[in-house]
Every structure is written in structure tokens, then in C-alpha cells.
Design a protein around this ligand. Structure first.
Ligand code: ZN
Length: 133
């Protein structure tokens, strides 16, 4: 599998995952992928609401943003957008609710860089990519 850089695909809005049918092969592929600090399924060409955080190593399925606060302006990049570095407004703190790869609900509180990564991945699930405006 290779990383999608085609903005037509990146602009797709990803669909909810059916929890009784979690795509295990896709999740294995996402875990094998060792570039980048976060990865969304759409970056592998699959428009499903799944992203992976690399450190800590966690899979978020059907994530829902519950709260975000203390915004900052940060320069960021994306492995799907080589050569592009832009300033984005990101929360420095957020709370997200999601399902893990076993289909279990969990809540995750993130701060600083982790909050920024999650905010970036949530954008991917909604078809928003760096440099699109
Ligand atoms: Zn990205």
C-alpha cells in the first residue's frame, strides 16, 4: 500500500465503520505503516472513519470530537501533501470518543502535539487536507 496524494481522494468524506464488520486487514496495514505520526484510512485510499496515532499506538474508529480548547497557530505538514507546510489553528487540548479495534468504546484526552495530530486526522476523515483553501 502506498500513501495517497491525490486531492480528489483526500477530499472524500469518510464513512462510518460498521462495528460488527471492523476491517481488520486495513488496520493491520495501517499499523505496518511507519511513516508519519498519524495516519487516516483515506490516506491509504479507504474512505472509512479510522485513524491511527503512532505514539501512543492507538486506533480510533468512528471518532467523535467532544471538546476542544486553548487554540494555537502551528505550522504543520502531512505525508499526503509532500512539500506543503502551512499554519493551522489547532486545539492544544481536546477530548475525543471513539471505538478501538475490538469495537470497545473509549474516551481519550489529548494535549499539545497529540491534540494537534488528532485534530489533523479528524480533518482527514472530513475530507479536509492541508493547503486546500
Ligand atoms: Zn495528514
Amino acid at each position: 500500500m502506498s500513501i495517497i496524494t491525490d486531492t480528489t481522494i483526500l477530499s472524500l468524506i469518510s464513512k462510518e465503520v460498521q462495528l460488527e464488520n471492523i476491517p481488520k486487514d486495513l488496520i493491520i496495514q495501517m499499523k505496518k505503516f511507519n511513516k508519519g505520526i498519524g495516519l487516516s484510512a483515506i490516506q491509504l485510499g479507504v474512505p472509512l472513519r479510522i485513524f491511527r496515532l503512532r505514539n501512543p499506538d492507538l486506533i480510533f474508529i468512528n471518532p467523535m470530537l467532544l471538546k476542544e480548547s486553548r487554540f494555537c497557530l502551528c505550522k504543520e505538514s502531512c505525508i499526503s501533501r509532500p512539500g506543503i507546510r502551512v499554519y493551522k489553528v489547532r486545539p492544544t487540548s481536546l477530548v475525543v470518543k471513539a471505538f478501538n479495534e475490538k469495537g470497545e468504546l473509549f474516551y481519550f484526552i489529548a494535549e499539545y502535539i497529540i491534540a494537534r495530530i488528532i485534530s489533523h486526522e479528524l480533518d482527514h476523515l472530513n475530507g479536509i487536507y492541508l493547503g486546500m483553501e
